[in-house]
Write a protein that binds this ligand. Structure first.
Ligand SMILES: *Cc1c(COP(=O)(O)O)cnc(C)c1O
Length: 401
């Protein structure tokens, strides 16, 4: 038998068997029409998952980090000013990338565990009367702290300040698992990767560009070659890449989009919400606190759980790996050793989640924390036993059919 358990790291996520098979392909000529038959449906699918009618979608052999670089280098020039909140390790890393590219980052320091404060963005943008800020960056879901930020509010702040900057959103751990509205939120560049909500192996950077962001590409002076979307755009028109595409992953991406759209995006989001509610109930059952400071910040794709002062949260992750063969996420940066993370995005059911919660519970008891066996699991079970409420819009469509 296989001793493989589901993983509960916040990416890479568990892969459905059908997606694994779709990625496992014989070699094909990546300049043949056959490749175009795989590429274009994947692009169409991603556009729908991002809730956009017209975004230009680019898929690079890379990861989410390459998507960050694609956003920056195709739109900005050395010395350009950008605005970004830092509220965890991932926003920190994107800021670091901006700085290493010679951009001038105006950082809004935000407590780890809090979401983006749109009022602070608005104040910074209103003060920028000369419109020096060229782009506003936002981490939709801060995977290090399990904090979701309100991107619609960021857009409203930009509009209230009447500021023309572009809006770049890191949706690596939200797109495909939590609501993301490229068009409605006026997103200019959205960034994600293959190994989180899309349930694929790592290896793709997936980005969406608005018409306004596309218009910036000619004037942008940051050096770029591999991530130049102009080369990509020309090649796509010929069903090809400027170099060798990750053919199997693109085939898998096409299927992943089909699966998400067939389940119904609203149902996918509802499933993640229900699973996350069970996790949060378990955390309450254990008498522990979420790293996310308030319910409005709770993420439905990852929970960071604080352990009591003086206890090393990382020991839970190590113990789960060595004794039970199950993977959870460690705390990163400022919250290293203070939190452990439970990833609950991608291909996941209530029953799978219960196995993860039961395992963490055993680890905490093993390690001498004051937690009672069954306390968290029972709290989650109560959530999962409640009748499932289908999204009203989806129900209405079903009734009409
Ligand atoms: C995982 C993640 C990234 C980095 O993606 P890689 O694919 O590891 O390069 C960036 N931002 C967020 C929010 C993430 O969760």
């Amino acid at each position: 038998m296989s001793f493989q358990n589901p993983v509960f790291i916040p990416g890479p996520t568990n892969m459905p068997e059908a997606i694994r098979k779709a990625c496992d392909m014989p070699t094909i000529d990546h300049r043949s029409p056959l490749f175009g038959q795989m590429l274009h449906p994947a692009i169409e699918g991603v556009r729908k998952v991002m809730k956009s009618s017209s975004a230009e979608i680019f898929i690079f052999p890379s990861t989410g980090t390459g998507g960050w670089e694609t956003a920056l280098t195709n739109t900005l020039s050395p010395g350009d000013k950008v605005l970004m909140a830092r509220n965890g390790m991932f926003s920190h890393r994107w800021i670091d990338m901006c700085q290493r590219h010679g951009l001038d980052v105006q950082i809004i320091e935000t407590p780890w565990g809090h979401g983006i404060d749109a009022a602070e963005y608005e104040a910074a943008l209103t003060a920028d009367t000369g419109h020096q800020i060229k782009a506003v960056l936002a981490t939709h879901n801060e995977t290090a702290t399990g904090v979701l930020s309100d991107i619609a509010a960021v857009r409203r702040a930009m509009d209230a300040a009447n500021h023309p900057a572009l809006l770049f959103v890191d949706g690596v751990s939200s797109i495909g698992s939590m609501n993301f509205e490229f068009d409605a939120w006026g997103v200019d560049v959205a960034v994600t990767g293959s190994q989180k909500g899309f349930m694929l192996p790592p290896g793709l950077a997936i980005v969406g560009f608005s018409a306004k962001a596309m218009d910036m590409t000619e004037g942008a002076k940051l050096p770029r070659t591999f991530f130049d979307i102009r080369d990509m755009e020309k090649a796509y028109a010929n069903n090809a890449y400027p170099y060798t595409p990750a053919v199997g992953l693109i085939n898998g991406l096409s299927l992943a989009c089909d699966m998400l759209l067939k389940e119904g995006l609203e149902n996918v989001f509802a499933r993640h919400h229900r699973i996350a509610e069970g996790v949060r109930a378990a955390v309450g059952g254990w008498g522990l606190e979420m790293c996310a400071a308030r319910p409005e910040f709770y993420s439905d794709s990852v929970s960071a759980v604080r352990t009591p002062a003086g206890f090393d949260a990382t020991s839970i992750v190590q113990h789960a790996a060595t004794k039970y063969g199950m993977a959870f996420g460690v705390g990163l940066g400022e919250v290293a050793g203070k939190v452990f993370r439970i990833g609950h995005l991608g291909s996941l059911t209530d029953a799978m989640m219960l196995s993860g919660l039961a395992t963490v519970e055993m680890c905490m008891v093993d390690l001498g924390l004051d937690v009672k066996l069954g306390s968290g699991v029972a709290a989650a079970q109560a959530v999962y036993m409640a009748p499932q409420v289908m999204d009203k819009k989806v129900m209405a469509k079903k009734d009409a059919a």
